[in-house]
Design a binder for this molecule. Sequence first.
Ligand SMILES: [Zn+2]
Length: 262
Amino acid sequence: MSREPGAAWRGQWEADPAGGWRGRLGAGRLWFAGRGGGVSAPPYGTLNLSRHVGDLPQAVAENRRRAISRGAPTPDAVWGQLVHGPDVAWLGPEAVPGPGPVADGLLTEQAGLTIAMTFADCVPIWLASRSPAAGGLLHAGWRGTVRGVARAGVAALAARGAAPNVLDVVIGPSIGPCCYEVGSEVVDAVMALDLGPGLVDSRRHLDLWEANRRLLCAAGVAEERVLVVGLCTACHPEWLFSHRREGGRTGRNGGFFRMDPT
Ligand SMILES: [Zn+2]
């Protein structure tokens, strides 16, 4: 896809002059950092946010500081430890910055706490409500999609009083149906979800954006409250890291969410 970044969603998802994109969501704010504006050398140039891809630790620390600072007054965050599973963790008053729970979803009501996750091609899904003020971020590759992380995120918010139909949702930059050719194992697993036609084309390109949109709506999220940004990581080497495009040797983009103080 070649959609202009920032064109989507009535101006609430916009290019950030400091790099990446940002927007408001429910009672919080989200932002997404691509590869620009950091200090890492190739193949991690320049804003790699992962400690697990072979980049220099001091470079990653500086990149994380820069990326978090685009949306938060203090440069620290709870970083999800991602395992491509369905588990969602709730961050309460005891949550402290640093490595967070082993979970592909982090949700909170805590104003001033920044949630962070790394992404290359997997789908960032932000969910938030205004009242109650709650929200967070999910990480959904094909495994997380099939295992139900989207539904788990909606259910966890509902358990805290944020009904599905009051959630605002953004499905962010990740590999698009233009570039995501998959094998029969993946096709079979997605088809088993029974989400209807049109998710896989004749070239076996999978539309993970649409699969997650349908899963969210099936869980009760209102269609008009879901934004699919439509920005493919593999199509935009100038802005975004892509694991698929680079054959695995590359950095990681970052997704962030923060609840505003009331
Ligand atoms: Zn693409």
